[in-house]
Design a protein around this ligand. Structure first.
Ligand code: DAT
Ligand code: MG
Length: 140
């Protein structure tokens, strides 16, 4: 198999809680390579594209508001099976039920907000990864 690439985002809760290094450490400890890394604040336009599949859902507006509440760290991780592998490292969406040992399970919890503040994003398929990497790193 060819090595593949996935888009990883450390969301504003992760950056604000100073967990950027911890998340990157886990990616690297697993043996994946960080091939791009940038901290930035993002706007409605990019986020609406990024989360297009969730438009119309009740948590969509709070999700965008949350993602704009502070800086985000965007990274591209590379390795064999990294798309599935990072999703596995991240754990399931709801941090309360995410398994211990995962980023969300070890470090995340329910904060009583409308939207789940679950620290990280990872592309969920090769198609999503290609689309999201082009969106966040258009310069290639
Ligand atoms: P994931 O981030 O695990 O790929 P997703 O793509 O289904 O999950 O949803 C994107 C984000 O939206 C997710 O990280 C947190 C938020 N979210 C999803 N489902 C939610 C729900 N039922 N209630 C609150 N927030 C939710
Ligand atoms: Mg998703």
């Amino acid at each position: 198999t060819q090595p593949e690439r996935t888009l990883v985002l450390i969301k504003p809760d992760g950056v604000t809680r100073h967990l950027t290094g911890e998340v990157l450490r886990r990616i690297e400890a697993k043996g994946y390579t960080i091939v791009a890394l940038e901290q930035r604040t993002v706007g409605t336009e990019l986020l609406t594209e990024h989360y297009a599949e969730h438009q119309g859902k009740p948590f969509f507006a709070p999700l965008l508001e949350f993602m704009m509440s502070g800086p985000v760290v965007a990274a591209i991780a590379e390795g064999h099976g990294v798309i599935e592998g990072f999703r596995s490292l991240a754990g399931t969406t709801n941090p309360t039920s995410a398994a211990p040992g995962t980023i969300r399970g070890d470090l995340g919890r329910d904060w009583g907000t409308t939207v789940q503040q679950n620290l990280v994003h990872g592309s969920d398929s090769p198609e999503s990864a290609e689309r999201e990497i082009a969106l966040w790193f258009p310069q290639g």
